[in-house]
Design a binder for this molecule. Structure first.
Ligand SMILES: Cc1cc2nc3c(=O)[nH]c(=O)nc-3n(C[C@H](O)[C@H](O)[C@H](O)COP(=O)(O)OP(=O)(O)OC[C@H]3O[C@@H](n4cnc5c(N)ncnc54)[C@H](O)[C@@H]3O)c2cc1C
Length: 386
């Protein structure tokens, strides 16, 4: 009998998991807390080579979205420290979510909006989800793809650890009509004296950018929301006032600066599943945005979970295999993201050491393909998960 899978969350992990489970012969339904277009406004992200490869297993081609990112350049005090080739794609979050949701629906996956999971229980025949609007849904299994603040995680393990604040805020925007010289699509990463800045020159003229103001203490959501756009502009102008580079021009050409938000990671989530429920994506291994891997790991999870549920009949056994196949890799990426983030927060001495060491490290990484473990990861759909 076809298994019904309740997928909580219609973000990246949820929509891609739904498509992978459908390919695996299950019957998935997605339940998303918000309305169709409420997520992802403003920000963008880079899908790494491994994430794009995992999408291609499901015949998902996003080459019409965003821009190719063929390389990264690291810059400090106006000097280029290092460059490295990449095979990535930089896309706006709202475009990405929209495209994945449209494609899931096109492939026959129902998506129900305004369905916020509040509780779920294992029943004698499967699992029952309960939503904030008072409705329920029954299935054979439930996938918690509900992001960093996952309700499913707390249901599976009420003692699950809280996410770790990583001492960086994130803000950014799109600078319109600014002509910068430089290769299109390339990730320019600037270690400013007081703040890290990233920018990408879109081939059609805009400049997409983000900044990571340091925050030693975790500000509350209310504190962050109380900071106006004008105050952010002043703060960023101040943070980059002494740095060479196009940062001030980019900020000036940006009409709307996205309000800053906190960033977090999870070094380790001990419990990934119970008999009928399992976690994927940020819900189980959020990584610092500095890894550039959060979305790609979520996509990999989806495809690997699809294989496990295709080949292993008992959900609990399929979930255990999924965790076994994924845990070491995702924890390694989270640790790498943490290290990358630390480099963004160096003081004057640390920055001087970083500027000396980084070019050597980057040359070594390139020569030995030392990050190949992260980017060259490929999933063979035809291989048995058993
Ligand atoms: C600033 C920033 C920059 C980033 N840059 C990159 C990058 O360059 N590269 C990269 O790979 N990754 C990046 N990431 C990480 C990436 O965005 C996440 O890893 C990815 O979105 C995880 O997908 P997800 O589906 O697990 O979670 P999400 O995308 O957060 O989706 C979770 C979904 O679940 C829904 N939901 C939540 N609770 C409930 C509930 N109770 N009931 C029903 N639905 C619910 C939410 O509304 C949401 O739609 C970045 C993240 C941030 C914040």
């Amino acid at each position: 009998m076809t298994k019904r899978a309740l997928i909580i969350g219609g973000g990246i992990a949820g929509t891609v998991t739904a498509m992978a489970l459908r390919k695996a012969g299950l019957d998935p339904v997605v339940y998303e807390a918000y309305d169709r277009d409420s997520d992802g406004v403003g920000a963008f992200l880079t899908l790494a080579e491994n994430g794009l490869a995992a999408l291609s297993v499901l015949d998902l081609d996003l080459s019409r979205l965003g821009m190719d990112t063929p390389a990264m350049v690291m810059i400090s005090r106006g000097r280029q420290l290092a460059t490295a080739p990449m095979r990535a794609r930089t896309v706006s979050r709202s475009d990405l979510y929209g495209a994945l949701r449209d494609e899931a629906v096109r492939r026959g996956v129902p998506i129900e909006y305004g369905k916020r999971l509040v509780d779920a229980t294992v029943t004698p025949s499967g699992v029952q989800a309960r939503f904030a609007d008072g409705t329920t849904a029954d299935g054979d299994l439930l996938v918690g793809a509900d992001g960093l603040r996952s309700r499913t995680r707390a249901i599976i393990d009420p003692k699950a650890p809280a996410a770790r604040h990583i001492g960086l805020l994130n803000t950014g925007g799109y600078a319109r009509g600014l002509r910068l010289s430089g290769p299109p699509g390339v990730a320019h990463f600037v270690f400013g004296r007081r703040c890290f800045f990233g920018y990408f020159i879109h081939p059609a003229s805009d400049v997409w950018w983000f900044a990571n103001p340091p925050a030693r203490r975790e500000p509350s959501r209310e504190e962050l929301l109380a900071i106006t756009g004008r105050q952010w502009r002043e703060r960023l102008n101040d943070l980059f006032a002494d740095d060479p580079g196009p940062m001030l021009d980019i900020i000036a050409a940006t009409e709307h600066i996205v309000p800053a938000w906190n960033t977090y990671d999870f070094p380790r989530v001990p419990t990934w599943h119970n008999e009928r429920m399992v976690l994927v994506g940020d819900a189980v291994h959020a990584t610092s945005p500095s890894s550039g891997q959060g979305a790609s790991l979520a996509i990999e999870d989806a495809v690997v979970l699809g294989r496990c549920l295709r080949d292993i009949d008992e959900p609990a056994a399929a979930f255990a295999t999924f965790r076994h196949l994924r845990r070491e890799r995702v924890e390694r990426v989270v640790a790498q993201g943490r290290r990358n983030g630390n480099g963004k927060m160096a003081g004057p001495v640390g920055a001087a050491i970083r500027d000396l060491i980084l070019p050597v490290v980057m040359r070594r990484i390139a020569a030995k393909d030392a990050q190949g473990w992260m980017h060259n990861y490929r999933i063979d759909w035809d291989e048995s998960a058993r």
